[in-house]
Design a protein around this ligand. Sequence first.
Ligand SMILES: Cc1cc2nc3c(=O)[nH]c(=O)nc-3n(C[C@H](O)[C@H](O)[C@H](O)COP(=O)(O)O)c2cc1C
Length: 227
Amino acid sequence: MGINLGKSKTTPNERAAEDYSNSLRLLRPLADFFVVNVSSPNTPNLRELQDKAALDEILGALQQVNEAGKCGNDSQPSARPLLVKVAPDLSFDALDEILELAGKHHLAGIVATNTTIARPGSTDEKMLRVYSEMGGLSGRPLRKRSTEVVRHIHAQTHGTLPIIGVGGIFSADDAWEKISAGAALVQIYTGLVYEGPALVRRIVLGVQRKLEQGGFKSLRDAVGSSA
Ligand SMILES: Cc1cc2nc3c(=O)[nH]c(=O)nc-3n(C[C@H](O)[C@H](O)[C@H](O)COP(=O)(O)O)c2cc1C
């Protein structure tokens, strides 16, 4: 089980490192891995924490807690894998700055991506009303961009940093797009809402078929195969 950590809305960004690390101290015994969410558009100014200096401070504070022996009633004192979740709206240069922190802070991977603040062009009045709403947009309109981000991270890191691909996955084809672009794992959110839990089985079987058709021995061999 993974836990996704977000800063509290009421904590100013200057105290973000303390907020995230307090959460990790309390929650570390409960999860196998943690994702540092600095990319949700739904918490005001949260995405500013993707700035290299701010993220450097947060990850430093988190790893200090993570690597410091027992936390709470933690029976397993080992450090948990920490991943960072990024926004699809970051430029590739800004993404590269985040990747520069991966080695220094022993990141276990990147989750790409969160929801987008971008809106697709439309002439449909109903859609324009929906698109004018506040907050992050998930699902189909996000798929292509999140795959581009996965592909870029995979290329920049030469496939050395595990990527969890997420954004607009509704089928085995969509999952395969993320895997072949460089994702070692995929996450579904909106797809689960529209398709229901049977989607997981359809994706697993569909991906298995694609592995056989493509002559891949394992999923690992397919990661980044179209990159
Ligand atoms: C209602 C809603 C709530 C979300 N809450 C979080 C959150 O708390 N933390 C986070 O990192 N991402 C959050 N996300 C983003 C999703 O985890 C996912 O990255 C994004 O929706 C793209 O995937 P999808 O197209 O499969 O939904 C949320 C998305 C939605 C739609």
